[in-house]
Design a protein around this ligand. Structure first.
Ligand SMILES: [Fe+2]
Ligand SMILES: [Fe+2]
Length: 282
């Protein structure tokens, strides 16, 4: 007799829980190119290599359109931890709050967060839930961000008044705590800091920050190098991501959020002592 968790996963895979994942087409860019026979031979060699290395198989899902339905990897991690109901409740809420493309982005961020959690460590359920909820306030208006930010003391930097959408992370974390029943500080920090970053981020917050930038739907110059780093070195990935963002902010003459600067200082900290202490703790 299968365990309850196994039965849940089996039902999900069989499509009984269609609401667990969003079916989407395989990305054409993942197809092998060149002479057909040669390509399929190379593909099967690669598949057997990947199959013999589970870590590589997980890493391989970063940066390409996963062949699994969006959200399935995150749902599976939650079910295996006995938290499938928590995932489904939040998933249903987010599905009704966000437009379809942003909902799929949120599922991809949850999946990428879980994938990176398997590489770098971290609580997979917290990663899945934080990834799912990180953009939960993204569709509010600038007026609403400023109103909520003002009333609930969420505005911490002048850049947030100039660019109110910078508040979508802090507002989502506030909604998660006050309205969606999330009280875990690591999940709340991951949601709050997913745009600006900050000093003393938890491992989960770093992972969600990066997963938001490299999920399969992201297409921009610089994403390839970030995806590669997200398979190998979380700190290097954070440093590169912050550097890329600072260049864009300078180019667009946008006000800089002090959280990002403090995040950069924390990542470097002279000889990297802050990161070493963080690594020892995490
Ligand atoms: Fe966001
Ligand atoms: Fe996002």
């Amino acid at each position: 007799m299968p365990k309850k968790d196994d039965a849940g996963i089996a039902a999900m895979r069989a499509g009984a829980g269609a609401s667990w994942g969003v079916e989407k087409p395989v990305n054409e860019t993942t197809k092998a190119e060149g002479v057909p026979g040669e390509a399929s031979e190379k593909a099967s060699e690669k598949a057997s290599e990947v199959a013999s290395d589970p870590g590589r198989a997980f890493a391989g899902t970063l940066g390409r359109t996963a062949r699994r339905p969006a959200g399935e990897a995150a749902a599976e991690a939650c079910i295996q931890a006995g938290e499938g109901d928590v995932w489904l409740n939040h998933r249903t809420r987010i599905e009704h709050m966000l437009k379809p493309t942003r909902f799929v982005h949120s599922l991809h961020v949850a999946d990428a967060s879980v994938t990176m959690g398997r590489i770098f460590g971290g609580d997979l359920v917290k990663l899945a839930i934080a990834g799912l909820l990180h953009d939960g306030a993204k569709e509010l208006s600038d007026e609403r961000y400023l109103a909520l930010g003002g009333v609930f003391g969420l505005i911490t930097d002048p850049a947030e008044r100039a660019t109110p959408s910078l508040l979508h992370g802090p507002v989502a974390a506030w909604l998660a705590k006050c309205d969606w029943g999330v009280d875990d500080p690591i999940i709340l920090q991951s949601i709050r800091l997913h745009t600006t970053g900050g000093p003393e981020m938890s491992k989960e917050a770093c992972i969600v920050f990066m997963a938001d930038l490299i999920e399969p739907g992201r297409k921009y110059r610089g994403v390839k190098v970030l995806r590669q780093l997200c398979r190998e070195d979380l700190r290097a990935a954070m440093i590169e991501a912050v550097a890329q963002t600072l260049v864009l902010i300078a180019r667009d003459k946008r006000p800089l959020h002090s959280g990002m600067l403090r995040c950069q200082e924390w990542l470097y900290d002279g000889r990297g002592t802050a990161w070493k202490t963080w690594k020892a703790r995490n």
